[in-house]
Design a protein around this ligand. Structure first.
Ligand SMILES: C[S@@+](CC[C@H](N)C(=O)[O-])C[C@H]1O[C@@H](n2cnc3c(N)ncnc32)[C@H](O)[C@@H]1O
Length: 193
């Protein structure tokens, strides 16, 4: 009897783990990137590059993965609101658990299931991302169109090809990861059309 129960439980657990891996694999192929989290060193650099924020500022993490960076942002900026946008179910559910486990209320940290290319970004004061070159090529014009003038963009590892970064910092990790900082700045003539 106990043996049967144990067998059913272990098969169920194996099936759940396999399904989770399969879901992550399928979404990663579709997205062109896995939900690989940033290392602690890089997270620290991202927070340093974000700098000081006024009360009530909104930080949007485009592609929040397992939520480790967003949770750290919520701890580091307790007077700000953090929104993680993620379209992969397994990391998304994990990140929600992580936020809950860290007792971070939804008023400070939320994880939304959605496509980062569809997200509005109008409310964002800071956008953080760690994506891949093709995603950066697509995200650049979207931010330029939807984000407010002056919105800060902090990108891990990948640059926007046709934007001039305000700063590029190299982290002391094994990969010498670069952290790029930009501001959405439109040319005055662009505002007229
Ligand atoms: C390299 S991970 C970075 C995770 C997290 N930002 C961090 O730094 O720890 C990139 C994440 O972006 C997500 N992603 C890629 N394309 C996306 C899309 N179109 N919409 C939403 N999320 C996306 C992936 O699922 C993945 O979790």
């Amino acid at each position: 009897m106990h043996g049967d129960l144990y067998g059913i439980l272990s098969w169920t657990l194996t099936a759940v783990v396999l399904l989770a891996f399969l879901l992550i694999f399928v979404t990663s192929v579709r997205n062109g990137i896995t939900p690989m989290p940033t290392s602690r060193l890089v997270r620290r650099m991202v927070m340093r590059e974000i700098g000081q924020l006024s009360e009530g500022s909104e930080i949007v993490e485009a592609g929040s993965g397992f939520g480790t960076l967003a949770v750290n942002l919520a701890r580091r900026f307790p007077r700000c609101r953090i929104t993680g946008v993620e379209n992969s179910w397994v990391p998304l559910l994990f990140s929600r658990l992580l936020g809950w486990g860290n007792r971070l209320p939804k008023s400070r940290l939320t994880f939304r299931r959605g496509d980062l290319f569809v997200y509005p970004y109008e409310q964002a004061n800071v956008v953080v991302c760690y994506l891949h070159p093709a995603a950066m090529r697509r995200l650049g014009p979207i931010l330029w169109e939807r984000a407010e003038e002056g919105t800060k963009v902090v990108s891990v590892f990948f640059a926007f090809e046709d934007w001039d970064p305000e700063s590029v910092t190299v982290c002391g990790d094994l990969h010498r990861t670069k952290v790029y900082v930009y501001h959405v700045r439109r040319h005055p003539l662009d505002l007229l059309v």
